[in-house]
Design a protein around this ligand. Sequence first.
Ligand SMILES: NC(=O)c1ccc[n+]([C@@H]2O[C@H](COP(=O)([O-])OP(=O)(O)OC[C@H]3O[C@@H](n4cnc5c(N)ncnc54)[C@H](OP(=O)(O)O)[C@@H]3O)[C@@H](O)[C@H]2O)c1
Length: 263
Amino acid sequence: MKSRLRALVTGASSGIGAVFAQRLAARGYDLVVTARRVDRLEALADTLRAAHGVEVAVVAADLEHPEGPATLLSALDADAREIDLLINNAGFGFQGDLVAMPPEKACAMIDLNIKALTLLTMHFAKVFADRGRGGIINVGSIQSFQPMPHYAVYGASKAYVLSLSNALAEELRPRGVTVLALCPGLTESEFHSALGRTTTAPGWMIQSAEDCVDACLEAYNANATTLVPRWNNKLTAQLHRVLPRRLVTRLMGSVIARSYRDL
Ligand SMILES: NC(=O)c1ccc[n+]([C@@H]2O[C@H](COP(=O)([O-])OP(=O)(O)OC[C@H]3O[C@@H](n4cnc5c(N)ncnc54)[C@H](OP(=O)(O)O)[C@@H]3O)[C@@H](O)[C@H]2O)c1
């Protein structure tokens, strides 16, 4: 009988995913960490093995690539050890007006934020349902709750993540599987700098990745199905309940237009 739980964390080479790996290792989870930057993953793995005595396997996979999810799943099959918790965290958001967006950027967001996430979710949903236990945390966004001008494809991809995750949570609830949609607002990471952008939002609006992940793991343990961490994000996520959709969309558009600049 295996002694420790094991989590698969996508996008573990930086930001929220790296913190998920750190926090889970500190709780005694063995890990599989994946992303494209293997040097980062290897350094993280060495640190976590030394600090917590857990097993950490590193798998390089480009999840935007058509073969990316299959490459990751076949590496796990070859390894032949069970996964108990899937964290679908890898994602990126290309900002800008849709008419100016290179089509390949829109497709890459769809391939990573939607397609790869769905394929991994479907794979482990079946494994966990058959086993009668397991968990999936899918990382959406505060942008999951309303249309996002100047971030239209990214926002729509995150609306998909929330909808998929909430529906699946209901399907899998009787089968002993927890599905949680984590919907963070602005969080410290490489999310913006990876695309040569930075946010001009005031510091108080930005959450640390550590606080975001700690709140998420607490919500996961409480079998929550959606978590919007932090009070300012919770308020934003409720706007669509009290204001007309068109007004909320306009408001979001004007906030986004003023909140970012090139590095
Ligand atoms: N930071 C925020 O303000 C914020 C707010 C709401 C939601 N989120 C969501 O949080 C999640 C984590 O983002 P983050 O903020 O931690 O940003 P980040 O620091 O840029 O991390 C993104 C992670 O995704 C991985 N990734 C990107 N493209 C990939 C690909 N093609 N294949 C495999 N892995 C890929 C990156 O690794 P490699 O580059 O090494 O592949 C990296 O580990 C994302 O889903 C994002 O949409 C972030």
